[in-house]
Design a protein around this ligand. Sequence first.
Ligand code: HEM
Length: 205
Amino acid sequence: MNRTTLVLLKTLTWIACLAPVAWLVYGAVTNSLGPDPTAAITFATGLTTLRLLTLSLAITPLRQLFPRLSWLIKFRRLLGLFAFFYATLHLMTWVALYTAFDVNAMNSDIVKRRFITVGVLAWLLLFPLTATSTNWAIRKLGGKRWNRLHKLVYFAAVCSIVHYWWQVKTGVLTPLPMTVVLTVLLAARPVLAVWKRRRVAVAAA
Ligand code: HEM
């Protein structure tokens, strides 16, 4: 891919990633977030986090299946960082609008409501990944250790989807499509690893 196309695609990715927060700011300023603005903000930030996390997880399997798409790697960090950005907005919505910054209310919510417990766990798992996303951190940790640490993203994805299921009413299936996509992406990794090993073995024979 040439440099101009890459710059264009990166610009479009930035615009797409910033669109949900721009829409929320516009809605807040014009008072058009609907009858329950807190729910609208929670919904938009939670869903955007999950979508960006899913997209960032799709990059490695896509590159393995279609080597011509290897340039996608240049977008993984950006998508991961935006996922954390939206996860933090989502967390701050809960801190500010659900608990009104009351530490006791936060603690009791974390202990009593399991979907909050697992949501906080997902955010905590994403935090070290964001903190070590710089080139400096990669050099400092070394590739192997960095890769091992970044496997936490799978646990964060599982916690996120469990969080989503645990907060919907019994019988509501809205988290299903996202669950199917994430399950395919997580299962693709070991399957593709075996496939790659077999191809190498056949080529060496
Ligand atoms: C990576 C982490 C997270 C992801 C991907 C995520 C995703 C989601 C999604 C998709 C929803 C459903 C939105 C809807 O359909 O209305 C949701 C709801 C919610 N999340 Fe999260 N979440 C995460 C972390 C957290 C954290 C850390 C908290 C707070 C401590 C939290 C608090 C909530 C609350 C209060 C709701 C709304 C529940 C309700 O409507 O009763 N989430 N989240």
